[in-house]
Design a protein around this ligand. Structure first.
Ligand code: 4BW
Length: 148
């Protein structure tokens, strides 16, 4: 199979074919206290999760390390800050996004730098995530099925 044919096949795969849908994704709300976010992160085992507003629109992501850094004082973790601060105070808002209609190759480009990319609809509602795992699994399938 030529490289041209291989390339075409991968661009035919859409983000919607590979994403984990929103109902299966652990997330937090922007007005939740940091304490709740840390609880969700520790209990779910994920390093970072999406942040939604009260209408389920995507507003950012939040990770364990940014929370721990935020509460780290000069000599100790200032744990009281966990109830005083909310997710919106520390979340990351400058994040790449995908829509369900983007292609595999669009997703591949984005997961080079971050472990997951949030997927939104045309008006910004959160509909899922595309993970490195899903991209790598698909790439592996593709490589093994096209070995000459
Ligand atoms: O609970 C887990 N179950 C499974 N099956 N695999 C897990 C779990 N926790 C971690 N992993 C594995 C995955 O391969 O470790 C990788 C790194 O996890 P992370 O980043 O640092 O917590 C996982 O790689 P991935 O599946 O490509 O996921 C990339 C990132 O996407 C994760 C996490 O930040 C986010 N993520 C994945 N599934 C999620 C999720 N966030 C919320 N809800 C989900 N269901």
């Amino acid at each position: 199979m030529s490289m041209l044919q291989r390339g075409k096949q991968l661009t035919d795969i859409l983000v919607s074919d590979l994403m984990i849908s929103a109902e299966k994704v652990a997330h937090v709300q922007m007005n939740n206290p940091l304490e709740h976010a840390l609880l969700v992160l520790v209990k779910s085992g994920y390093s970072a999760v999406p942040v939604l507003d009260s209408q389920s629109k995507l507003v950012g992501t939040i990770g364990k390390s940014v929370i721990l850094n935020e509460i780290l004082g000069l000599e100790r973790f200032e744990v009281e800050k966990l109830s005083e601060m909310t997710v919106q105070d520390v979340m990351k808002t400058d994040i790449p996004l995908l829509t369900a209609k983007h292609s595999f190759t669009d997703g591949l480009k984005k997961v080079i730098n971050i472990p997951f990319v949030c997927v939104v609809d045309d008006v910004g509602y959160f509909i899922g995530i595309l993970t490195r795992r899903a991209i790598l699994k698909e790439l592996r399938k593709y490589i093994y099925s096209t070995v000459d």
